[in-house]
Each structure stands twice: as C-alpha cells, then as structure tokens.
Design a protein around this ligand. Structure first.
Ligand code: SF4
Length: 286
C-alpha cells in the first residue's frame, strides 16, 4: 500500500551534517560513547511492529511458538555488531530517546496489543518536529543495493509506524556498511516527512489490517497461511517466497541445503520439501 509520506531532502541534509560534524569532533577530540547494552534473546510474547514485512507463513510459526532454528555464534556476532553500530550512530546524533516502547490496542492480536520499539528519537535534527531514527547494519552488497535502489520498503513501513505512534512528523533510516573500507561510504541516509498525521494514523491501521489480520485470523482456524501465487514486492526486493531454487538455499560452506532466510525451514513442510528436491537434483547431477 502507498504510505502518505514524502521524501525529505532537508532531513537527509540535516542528518548528514550532524553525522559529519560528530565524526569530525571524534577525529579532533575523541568521543566517549554511551555504553551499548546487549540484551539477552528473550522470547516475545506479543505481536511486534517489526513483523510488518514478515512473510505470513513465518509470522504464523512465530505466533504459534514453533521451534526455531538456533542462533549460531556467527549470527549472534552479527546481531551484536548491529546493536553496537546502532548505539554508535545514536550517540553520534545525540538521540535523546532510545528503545522507546510503543503500543497499539488491537483486538485480534495476542493479548489485544501490538507493540513496537524504535531505535531512537530526537528533536535535534529538525526544527519543526521530532524525528524517529532507525539504524540498520548491512553487509557491503546489501548496502550498495540500498544506495542504488533506496531504503527497503519493509524498513520504511516499520519506521513510519514508529513515527506515527510517537507523533513524530519525521523519520530517518540510516544504513551502516559493516564492510566499509578506505574510500567506501560508511552510512547512507534516507529521510521522510509525514505531512498529514490524521491520514498517517489511518494508514497505520490499514497496514496492520493488511499484514496482520490474515495471519491472526488463520490462528483461529489453526491453518497456516499459504504463500501467495506471486511474491509481493513489499516484502523486499527479492520477494520472500521460498522456491526450489538454489538462490534461496544457504551457501557459504553449509552443506545442509536448507532454504535461506527463514528460521522455520527445519519445521516447515515447504522448507523440508525444498531441501529434498535440492538433494535429489544433486544426486541426479552427480
Ligand atoms: S521455509 Fe519458506 S514457506 Fe516455510 S515458513 Fe519459511 S518462508 Fe515460509
């Protein structure tokens, strides 16, 4: 769905100036960063805004507490460095609020509520209103794609919901390049303005209904939602649908041929079927 937002070059400029100034100060005088808090991985007992672009099948498994693939140490390191980068950028921008919790009463949701936690919020950047700051750490390939194609739609929706929920007329998404080297950019900034808060509040409700209602209703029937015929572009530039296609299988030395990008691939019938198909292909090709 089309969100009632417009790009804000002014916010992008203000954010870039603030980051450049903080980094210049850091070069000159050093910089003492706030302590980064790395919270333990707790099971969520609620429906979170960050699931707004989660595939319906994955969200269903998550809400029914199906066993998930364990987070291995390299992935844990990836999450932790993401949190550290988040703290780093929020410190540079001197965000006054961090990890603020927002909630929306929602009849269908477990416990009757949808919750969300924004990374940061500041009144320093724009003179006419507060701004939500979302920081996303990415690898070099994905970072370059963002520069070419713009911010991920799921990230825009998530930050939009936080901005509306916290009555902030601006939101900025900052991608940090984990693989930045000499002469490669370290961050990319995408800024947005919400000109009409009443229209935006309605858009949030429509977004919740579009993304969550089919899954929440399917919980009552104990029937997992199917993948749609065609993957929807809103779920990311690559779509989200699993296919018996090697591009969706994990690579990097893992010989288990499981479907990539899904923690339920070990439980989900499609995930298991794809693994079998790929194994058969491998045997046929040998
Ligand atoms: S493996 Fe594929 S079909 Fe199964 S839950 Fe994950 S994304 Fe959905």
């Amino acid at each position: 769905m089309k969100l009632p937002i417009i790009q804000s070059p002014q916010l992008v400029k203000q954010t870039e100036i603030a980051l450049a100034y903080a980094l210049f100060q850091r070069e000159r005088h050093g910089k003492r960063l706030e302590q980064v808090v790395l919270a333990p991985e707790n099971k969520r007992g609620y429906l979170g805004v960050s699931s707004i672009s989660t595939p319906p099948c994955v969200l269903y498994y998550s809400l029914t507490n199906e066993p998930k693939e364990e987070t291995d140490l390299p992935s844990r390191f990836g999450f932790d460095t993401g949190h550290i980068l988040e703290g780093y950028v929020l410190d540079l921008l001197q965000a006054e609020e961090r990890q603020g919790e927002l909630s929306w009463p929602y009849l269908l949701a477990p416990s009757g509520v949808i919750k969300g936690h924004f990374d940061g919020r500041t009144k320093n950047l724009m003179q006419d209103g507060a701004c939500i700051i979302e920081v996303k750490a990415t690898g070099g390939y994905s970072f370059n794609k963002k520069i070419e194609e713009g911010a991920d739609n799921g990230h825009i929706e998530q930050a939009f919901v936080y901005a509306v929920g916290s009555s902030s007329p601006y939101f900025v998404i900052i991608y940090c390049n984990r693989e930045a080297k000499k002469s490669t950019p370290f961050y990319a900034v995408f800024g947005f303005h919400i000109p009409d808060m009443i229209a935006a509040k309605k858009a949030v409700q429509d977004l919740f209904a579009e993304r969550f209602d089919p899954v929440l209703l399917s919980l009552h029937h104990e029937l997992r939602p199917d993948q749609p015929e065609k993957p929807r572009w809103e779920f990311g530039p690559r779509g989200w649908r699993c296919r018996p296609d090697s591009s969706y299988f994990t690579k990097g030395g893992k010989e288990n041929f499981t479907v990539g990008y899904c923690s339920y691939r070990g439980t989900c019938p499609e995930g298991l079927a794809y693994r079998e198909i790929e194994e058969e292909r491998k045997v046929a090709a040998a």
